[in-house]
Design a protein around this ligand. Sequence first.
Ligand code: CMC
Length: 422
Amino acid sequence: MTESVTITDNRTGESVEIPIEHGGIDGKAFAKHMPGVWFFDPGFGATASTSSAITDLDGANGILRYRGYPIEQLAESSTFLEVSYLLLFGELPTKEQLDNWVHDVTYHTFIHENMRKRFMEGFHHDAHPMGMLVSAIAALSTFYPEAKEIDDAHVRYKQINRLISKVPTLAAMAYRASIGMPFVYPDNQLNYAENFLSMMWKVAEPHYEPDPVLAKALDVLLILHADHEQNCSTTTMRVVGSSHSDPYSSAAAATSALYGPRHGGANEAVIHMLNEIGSYDNIEPFIERVKAGEERLMGFGHRVYKAYDPRARIVKEQADKVFQVTGKSPLLDIALKLEEIALNDDYFKSRNLYPNVDFYTGLIYQSMNFPLDMFTVLFTMGRMPGWLSHWQEMLEQDQRISRPRQLYIGPGERQYVPLSER
Ligand code: CMC
C-alpha cells in the first residue's frame, strides 16, 4: 500500500501525489500545485495546525497520554508539579531535577505588592475572577520586561516558572478581593495544591492545615487538566506566541479563550444546568428540550472524543473520595440520572455524546466550597503547564507566524457612494 494521496485538478487534468506522513498530508505541497485554492475548514475540524510531541489523544478509543504516559498512571502515581515537568521537558524528572523544579516553583509564588495594592484592588467588588486573572496575567509582562527575550532559554525558563508559580497566588487573590477578605501570602512549607487551599481559605489560624484528601483531589484534577493538545486555548497560545509576543501576553490570550462556556467555562455551566433541572421530575423534559435543539447538555460531547472521556472516569473516582469528606453534593443524584438517561438514548448514542471532564469536576469543586466563578480559574491553573509546553515547542520548531487564508464571499469591487446620496 502506498502511503500517499493523489490529487487531480480536473480543470487542467494535472495530478500531484503527496505523501502521507504521521497521518497528515503537507498543505504546502498542495498549495504549490494548486495556487489560489485553499482548504475550507472553519473551526479546524480537519486541519493539523502543527506537529507535536507532547500529548497523544486518541478520541475514538478514549486514550490520553502525556509524553507517552497514560493519564490513568499519572493521576494515580504522580503529582501536578512532576507532570508539569514532564510536559515541559519531555521526560519524568530524576529526584534531583524534581527537587530543583519544585523549589524553583515554590520560591516564585510571591507577587509584587503593587500588583495587589494598586492593580487587583482596583477592580469592582463583584468582578468575575476570570476577568481579573486574564488582566493580571497580562499585567505580569510589565513587571518582567525581559520576558520579551524569547530566544534566550534561561529567560524562557524563568517566565515559565513564574507563570506556574504565580497563577495560584493571583487566583486566590482575585477570590479574596471578591469577598472582601484580606490576601493570604503563600506558605512555602506547603505543596502546590495545599498552598493554594491555604491562600483561599485561611482565616486567623497561624498555620492552615488542608485536608489531605481534598488537597490530593485538587492535585489530581490539575493533572487531568494539564494538557489536551491543540484545543481552543492551546491553539490561542500558539497563534499569539507565533507573533513572538511575550509569554504573559500569550498566556493571557489563552486564558481568555478558556473563559468561554464551550471550553473551560463548561464546568460552571454544568452546575447552572443541574440547578435549573433541580429535581428528578425535570430530567426527562430537559432531555427532550436538548433533543429538540433548545438546550445543550453541558459537560457532554467533545470535538475529539467520540468515546467516554478517560478523564471523566478518574474525576468520578475522585468525586467519591471527596464526598466522603465533604458529604454528598445534592446535585450528584441528578447528574448520575442524567448521565444514565443520556447514555441509553439514541440521540446521544448516535452522536457519540459522552460525559467529558467537566461533567463531574464542578460537583467536586462545589463540595470543596469553591464558588462557581472560580471553577474556570482552577482550570487555568491546571492548563498553564500545557500552554507553556506548547509555546516552548512552537518556538523550538521555529514555526512561521500563524496566518490562515479565507474564502472571500463578499461583494466585488464597487464605487464609493457619498453620504448625501445614500
Ligand atoms: N448537548 C446536546 N447536543 C450536542 C451536544 C451537547 N452537549 N454537543 C454536541 N451536540 C450535538 C450537536 O447539536 C450536533 O447535532 P446535529 O448533528 O444534529 O447538528 C452534534 O452533536 C455534533 O455537535 P457539534 O456542535 O458539531 O460538535 P463540536 O465538536 O463542534 O462541539 C462541544 C464540541 C464540546 C463544543 C460541544 O459538544 C458542546 O457544546 N458541549 C457542551 C459544552 C461542554 O461540555 N464543553 C466542554 C468540553 S470538554 C472541556 C474542554 O475541552 O474545555
